[in-house]
Design a protein around this ligand. Sequence first.
Ligand SMILES: C[S@@+](CC[C@H](N)C(=O)[O-])C[C@H]1O[C@@H](n2cnc3c(N)ncnc32)[C@H](O)[C@@H]1O
Length: 278
Amino acid sequence: MLHREAILERLLRVVKESAASRSFFIITQATSFFSWYITATCVQFLTFSGGAVDTKQFRRPIRSFVRREGRMTPRQERALNSAWPRFGVQPEELSDLSKVFSRSNPVTLEIGFGMGEGLLAMAKEHSETNFLGIEVHRPGVGSLLAGAEAAGINNLKVCTHDVVELFEQRLLTASLNKVMIFFPDPWPKKKHHKRRLLNGRVIRLLHDKVVPGGVVHIATDWQHYAQDIKHQFAEVNLFSLQQEIVDLPAMNPYRKQTKFERRGKRLGHRITDLLYLR
Ligand SMILES: C[S@@+](CC[C@H](N)C(=O)[O-])C[C@H]1O[C@@H](n2cnc3c(N)ncnc32)[C@H](O)[C@@H]1O
């Protein structure tokens, strides 16, 4: 009898111990399951844009420029204040260019005009054309405004905004007769090529904004970029290459020499001009 009681007692103890260790096992399993669940939920939340929050909105877009204010001269500063009301346009105004210019003449856009000497000279020479300059470098905008104010012209407007956003959100289809892009930043390092302004997406946007028969004129002093631009245009296959000119002379009917062109020449670079027909 004693022997049986001892066995029962032992059995009871084993059951109790195993129950205790089991609940410990269950608790550890439950803890690890919940920590896995919380981690997995966080990963899903951060990874999939189809989740509760679209993380794309938090990503910074890849831009073709780095905003470096640089030093502003008193002349540029003054012109930005005094001439902006006359020549400056806000992005939202660009959806009606005939209202911006108070007339519906053909529009030529220069993207990234730098200090704006070329654009100013063209605007002075061709009063029948409406010239729009888009540039994010404020000292350059100040220079152009100072020149435009001194020249007293009425056929020039300036917008200081990323042109890609303006193409995507503001400018209307077939609103431009000509687009000029002179010496766009070449972003020579391979890891920076994604920043180049002229890529398939922008070429498609150009096709949307330029009227049929309109022209896109590009100049660069980087041979590799020139090849890349030709490759991108050929891939998109929406424009025809009308003219390719290497080492355009300083005096020519197409455009004025620019600051970056002079710099490129000093470095011994060859200049390529590409004229695409829409
Ligand atoms: C290398 S500079 C050339 C300036 C001028 N065209 C010249 O040849 O002297 C390129 C210019 O494009 C402007 N730029 C680059 N990306 C731009 C963008 N997405 N929207 C507007 N301007 C841009 C830069 O601020 C810069 O002034």
